[in-house]
Design a protein around this ligand. Structure first.
Ligand code: 5GP
Ligand code: MN
Length: 344
């Protein structure tokens, strides 16, 4: 018997609105290795709460990746250190967790926040786990981006969206839809994007800031990664493998690899793609993508990770060769569940 699906709590904007109205001091956060969606949603919510006169801090487990440095001109992002943030955390009324619904994905900050007396509100679009993290949830798996949900929340409250909020929400949707290319690029996402553009933001300017601003290290590393990509499991799986030595030789940061896996995903005939990157601590960060038939979320979950059905990630133990072997075995199992493709 297959497990019963966990009911997903429908967004109740009224309940969240009441909680926000009563509270004064907010902390906003998003997952480790923050992406454009989490960071954009944070900026939009931060600007909204400021406009309501709230005391609000964005505190993340990780620093802002260099490619998102332009967001720092609009909002203020802090990276958690116990010494600096203990007093801040202790006096918060509300913690808003964006783009994830489990404390583990916030590392040490999550551990600290899980012991806080503040009410926790979670706004997310990832598959839901009933783990009791939050007091109030707004989870919508059909939302293209968490930033889109935060936008819809603010509009549901009939509040104006200003240019800073609009920038955050647009960056969320732009990045989580892969520039309006992925299967989540639905009418709703385009409609919200159109509303944001009609407020006066410049889509080309934001595209250039996010995607037209690569470090040379990123492009050189991409060249090497593509020229050494591995075709595995009879062409069903493409792997991009980034050893520590490659990363260091190019002077590349983990955030420089964002989007590599989506390029590899365009190779015809494969079912799925995996990127493996050896981190400085010897662990192996993987990013997984499916072309539509297989669930990479199921694969990532086997390694303690997660994500969406078609885009997931996990961190594996090293060494690299063993991680490659385990990942391929998991891909093979997942492909077998769906049967092989007809030849040709
Ligand atoms: P990416 O491969 O772009 O880093 O992430 C793809 C999706 O998987 C995103 O929704 C991201 O939040 C999620 N994801 C990536 N790594 C992990 C992980 O280690 N654990 C969990 N739970 N989700 C992850
Ligand atoms: Mn997201």
């Amino acid at each position: 018997m297959s497990p019963q699906p966990i009911p997903v709590p429908e967004p109740d904007w009224n309940a969240i609105g009441d909680a926000f109205r009563e509270a004064r001091r907010f902390l906003i956060t998003t997952h480790v290795n923050p992406d454009g969606d989490g960071l954009g949603a944070e900026l939009g919510l931060w600007a909204y709460l400021k406009s309501r006169g709230k005391d609000v801090r964005i505190v993340n487990p990780d620093p802002l990746p260099p490619r998102y440095a332009f967001l720092e001109e609009l909002g203020h992002y802090e990276s958690y250190t116990p010494a600096e943030h203990e007093a801040v955390i202790a006096d918060r009324d509300i913690v808003v967790v964006l783009d994830i619904s489990k404390w583990e994905r916030l590392d040490g900050l999550g551990e600290r926040l899980s012991r806080s007396d503040a009410r926790t509100v979670c706004i997310d679009h990832h598959p839901f786990e009933a783990n009791g993290m939050a007091d109030l949830y707004a989870v919508d798996l059909k939302a293209a981006a968490t930033g889109q949900l935060v936008y819809e929340m603010i509009r549901a409250w009939n509040h104006e969206v200003d240019p800073v909020m609009a920038t955050g929400f647009y960056v969320s949707i732009l990045t989580d839809t892969g520039s309006f290319r992925f299967s989540n690029s639905d009418a709703r996402a385009h409609r919200v994007a159109a509303e944001l553009i009609s407020l006066g933001l410049d889509p080309n300017d934001l595209y250039e800031k996010v995607y037209g601003n690569s470090s040379l290290a990123r492009i050189r590393l991409l060249g090497e990664a593509l020229s050494t990509l591995r075709v595995e499991l009879e062409g069903n799986v493409i792997l991009l493998v980034l050893s520590r030595e490659m990363m260091d030789r190019h002077g590349a940061l983990a955030s420089d690899t964002e989007g590599f896996v989506d390029i590899a995903r365009t190779v015809q005939g494969s079912e799925g793609v995996g990127l493996l990157m050896e981190r400085a601590d010897g662990k192996i960060k993987t990013s997984l993508r499916s072309k539509g038939r297989i669930s990479v979320n199921r694969i990532a979950t086997r390694f303690g990770g997660g994500g969406h059905e078609l885009a997931s990630g996990a961190t594996l133990e090293g060494p690299l060769d063993e991680a490659i072997g385990s990942l391929l075995a998991a891909f093979a199992d997942e492909i077998a569940r769906h049967g092989t493709r007809p030849a040709g």
